[in-house]
Design a protein around this ligand. Sequence first.
Ligand SMILES: C[S@@+](CC[C@H](N)C(=O)[O-])C[C@H]1O[C@@H](n2cnc3c(N)ncnc32)[C@H](O)[C@@H]1O
Length: 432
Amino acid sequence: MIHLEGATLIQLDNNIENDVIGPSTKDYEKVFYNPAMSGSRTRSIILMKHIIESGYLGGSEIYAIDGLAASGLRARRWLNELPEKLVNRLRVTVCDMNENSIKRAMENHQRFPPNNTGGVLNWRQGDLRSAVLDQGWHWVDVDPFGSPMPFLDTAIQSLAKKAILEISATDTAALAGSSKTALMRRYGARINPDNLAHDSGLRVLMACIARTAAKHDRFAEPILSVWDSHHLRLSLKVRKSIEMANQLEKMLGWRIAGPNEKEVSASMQEGLTPKSSTESLPMHCFLPLSYPVNREDKRVSGPLWIGPLGDSAAMASFTEEEVISMCTTEYDPKNPMNWSDRDFELERRKIIRSIKNIKNEAEIIEGEFLILTDDLASWRNVGSPPSPIKMIELINKKGFKAGLSHYPKPSFRTNAPWDVIIESLDQTQPPI
Ligand SMILES: C[S@@+](CC[C@H](N)C(=O)[O-])C[C@H]1O[C@@H](n2cnc3c(N)ncnc32)[C@H](O)[C@@H]1O
C-alpha cells in the first residue's frame, strides 16, 4: 500500500501484517505508522525551516536525529519537503531499536528519494538512550510510545551548545491530571483536571524538561507547544548557559484554580497577573515556586512552567502559504495511491488544519491569561458563552492584546487585566 503524507510518499506493508497503521499496538517487531501524527510531522518541517533560516543553528551542516523513527517518515519529510538550500545542510539519522523500522525507512528512502538530493540520510539501529550519545546533535526528536521521561536525560546531554529538542508524550491521562499516581511518579506534579488541564500538562512536562536541562548546565525555552488529540508536543531551544540555567527557578511555579484575593494580589505583585482591581477575581492565576501552597489542595496544579509556552517569531512563521507550498502537492492523475482529486484536497485541508491558529497566537503567546469562553460564561454566571472573536475585538479596542489560541477548546489568550476582560464580556451580553 502506497500512502501520501504531506508531499512525501511512503510504502506500508500492512497486507502481510508486518506494518501497523495506527496506535493500536506497541509490538516492537512491527513498523509503526500513525496517520494521526501527521500534523506533528508537518509542524516540525515548518519549525525546522524557521529555525535554520533564523541562523540560530549557525551556517554549516546540521546534524539531526529522528530518535524514535518508526517508519522514518518524519526524517524523510524533512529531506523531501524543505527547500533545497536548507536540505543541502542536513545530515539526518533515523534511529530505532526495531530492525524492521530501519529497513523500511531506508527502503522507502531509496524507492521514493527526496526531491533535493543534497541532504544525507543515515541510520542507526539500537536503543536511543545510548545511540544518541555517539555525537553532538543540533536537532533531536523524541517521539515515544507513552512518556518521554526515560529518554530525556541522554537526549539533553547529546545536544550541541545551541540546539533544538522536540519531545512528544502520549501518556495524556497522566498529563491531563486524570491518572494522578502516574503523574506524580513520572513528573513529580499534580494537575487539577479542569478545562485548562491540557495547558497545565504541557507546562508540567516543560518544567521537567527545563529542570533536566538545568542539571546539564543548559537552559530550555519553549518555541512551540501543542496538545493535539492524543498527544502533546513541546519544541524547545536548548542552550548551554550556566548563567541562564541558574535562573530556572523564576520560570517555575503553581497554577491556582479559583484563587482567593490574597493569591491574586501575590500573583500581581510577581508580575504573573496583569494589575487590576480585585473586585472580581480571575478564574486562575500563577504563583511563583516560592509561594507556600498546600500540595493537597485540589485547586493547585504544579510545579509547572509559568513562562510563555512559545516563541512569537517561530509561531508567526506558521502561515498557510508556507505550509501549502512546502507540504502539499497538486493532483496528479497518475499518482501511485490511485487517489482522486478529492483525496488530494482532503489531504491539503488536513495539512492546513495542523497549523490552525498557531500564527494567530504568535503575538499574544506571552499573555498571562488563557481564557476558555465556556468557562468564562459559567464563572460569571452569564447566559451564553461569548464568541472568542468578539472578545478579542472588544479587548483590542480597549488597547490590549488578544488572539485566538491553538487550544482544543474555544479560547483566546490576552494580556488584558481581569476587569477589562469582564467589562468586555458584559458588552457581549444582551441588555436585561
Ligand atoms: C511512537 S513510535 C515513533 C513514531 C515516529 N516518530 C513517527 O513520526 O511516525 C515509537 C518508536 O520508538 C521505537 N522505540 C521504542 N523504544 C526505543 C528505544 N529505547 N530506542 C530506540 N527506539 C525505540 C519503537 O520501535 C517505535 O518505532
